[in-house]
Design a protein around this ligand. Structure first.
Ligand code: FCB
Length: 496
């Protein structure tokens, strides 16, 4: 009798590899292959069908905030071209598409009734995906707060969390019958600390105390949305949140650098994972920031049980590690931590920590170092700290200075090397015990890269913004091959 272990596909023998190299390990059965975008970065149609400005519309119109004065007014015109874009996804063999909903498109003032025309766009997009056999993964909030809610105080105000719960209910009602995977927030660290701390993101405020208050209210918004979604979605729906967990490494083995790493882990990671996954704010975070906020009045007794409502999956976004020290251990830079330059720190209470770039590693066009081991370590760290928690890599990818060749191709071997290294890291993490359910490449196509505007190209598909022509880059073809094989393809022989 042959016993088949449920996880047998994790360590296949050569005979079970359908298309790959003999012996190339398969990704786990059911592993989801996707690509991601976000509403403001791709949709355009900023003033159509009742949409009103979000904080990113306002911010991008503020002189000096976004490179070249770029805005998301047109972006990749996904709002009008979604049909072609879904067809392209299908040709590439994508199994899932992670998109976000523009809150001010479906509920323009952030309050009150929904706008059906706005909801219709997402209904049509989802129907198109389902027809193409692609699983829709909806993120409710990827940084574009309706401007009216910012005018009322934004995320530092508790009421914004309640508005978010109402909006979650609208979306559950509109898409609950056809979307099975939901994410409440994307990278609340950026919303809170780049939006209200360093000010390099919308709404561009530089108030450390407000940034911490925003973090708590984003946590609360997440928890309230989980409650609402659980209540209204079919039992099988998967609910998650996506965090950009910083893979923090001390520069040296000194006690001072260890403390710098602890601090950045607290205000970069545990400020979210603590309340969401453990039901408490870390004591060291509270101590580090006690001069800025009174946590005992900010956090009400009833908040933590709400915030810690269980999620089905934790989404993890990873690009590069975060190497830190005290200024004494090495020059470093207390300002440029890879999240944009500002005279204001996005690390309230730990403004003195210095950031470093790894030596001797390739860099992307963002000047981020390429370090797949960081992803491996991150997945295993989360697994160690939260045993049994299913994970999904909801973003990973790289910007390079891509261009279309005279032959009409886009050759991006650096991106292929980046993706290969990181997918290999995912496989190693799975082999060593991490329960990783899928991988979403950032991004499906070039788009509005926030404060960098259109100057940074993260897409697997090249977008010519003047003509809106899409050209799959060599990396898109490579990724399609990975998906087809469910395994990494062989490394081409350099001498062949
Ligand atoms: C992440 C964002 C995403 C994109 C990538 C490069 O922080 O979630 O929208 O900008 O970085």
């Amino acid at each position: 009798m042959t016993a088949v272990r449920p996880d047998a596909t994790l360590t296949p023998t050569a005979a079970t590899v359908p298309h790959g190299e003999p012996g190339a390990p398969l990704f786990p059965a059911g592993f989801v292959w996707g690509a991601a975008t976000a509403a403001y970065q791709v949709e355009g149609a900023a003033a159509e069908d009742g949409r009103t400005p979000s904080i990113w519309d306002t911010f991008s119109r503020t002189p000096g905030k976004v490179r070249n004065g770029d805005t998301g007014d047109i972006a990749a015109d996904h709002y009008h071209r979604y049909g072609d874009d879904v067809a392209l996804m299908k040709r590439l063999g994508l199994k899932a598409y992670r998109f976000s909903v523009s809150w001010s498109r479906v509920q323009p003032t952030g309050r009150g009734p929904a706008v059906e025309r706005g909801l219709d766009f997402y209904r049509k997009l989802v129907d198109e995906l389902l027809t193409a056999g692609i699983t829709p993964v909806a993120t409710l909030y990827h940084w574009d707060l309706p401007q009216e809610l910012e005018d009322a105080g934004g995320w530092p105000e508790r009421a914004t969390a309640e508005r978010f719960a109402d909006y979650a209910a609208i979306m559950a009602g509109a898409l609950g019958d056809r979307v099975g995977m939901w994410t409440t927030l994307n990278e609340p660290w950026c919303s809170a600390f780049l939006g209200y701390g360093s000010g390099v993101h919308a709404p561009g405020r530089t108030e450390p105390a407000a940034a911490l208050r925003a973090a708590h209210h984003l946590n609360l918004a997440h928890g309230r949305a989980v409650e609402v979604l659980r209540d209204r979605l079919p039992a099988a729906a998967q609910i998650s949140v996506t965090l950009n967990l910083h893979q923090v490494r001390p520069l040296t083995t000194s006690a001072e650098d260890a403390d710098a790493a602890r601090r950045i882990d607290a205000v970069g990671n545990r400020v979210f994972t603590g309340p969401m996954l453990r039901g408490e704010y870390p004591e060291d975070l509270i101590a580090d920031t006690a001069h800025l906020v009174d946590w005992s009045t900010l956090v009400r007794d009833s908040d933590l049980p709400v915030i810690s409502r269980p999620v089905d999956v934790l989404g993890v976004n990873y690009y590069t590690p975060t190497i830190v020290s005290t200024p004494a251990s090495g020059a470093g830079d207390t300002r440029n931590d890879g999240h944009g330059n500002s005279d204001h720190s996005p690390w309230p209470g730990s403004e003195h920590v210095a950031f470093h770039l790894a030596e001797g590693r390739p860099r992307t066009a963002m000047n981020w170092s390429v370090d797949p081991d960081g992803l491996y370590d991150l997945l295993l760290d989360v697994t160690r700290d939260h045993p049994g928690l299913p994970l999904m890599v909801t973003e990973n990818g790289a910007a390079f200075d891509d261009y279309v060749t005279p032959e009409g191709t886009v050759e991006d071997p650096e991106r292929i090397a980046y993706l290969r290294g990181h997918l290999d890291a995912v496989q190693r993490a799975v082999a060593d015990g991490a329960d990783v359910r899928g991988y979403f490449l950032w991004s499906l196509m070039d788009n509005f890269e926030w404060a960098y505007g259109y100057s940074k190209r993260f897409g697997a598909v090249y977008v010519d913004y003047a003509s809106q022509l899409r050209t799959p880059k060599a990396s898109a073809h490579w990724y399609a091959d990975v998906i087809r094989r469910h395994a990494l393809p062989p490394v081409p022989d350099a001498h062949a």
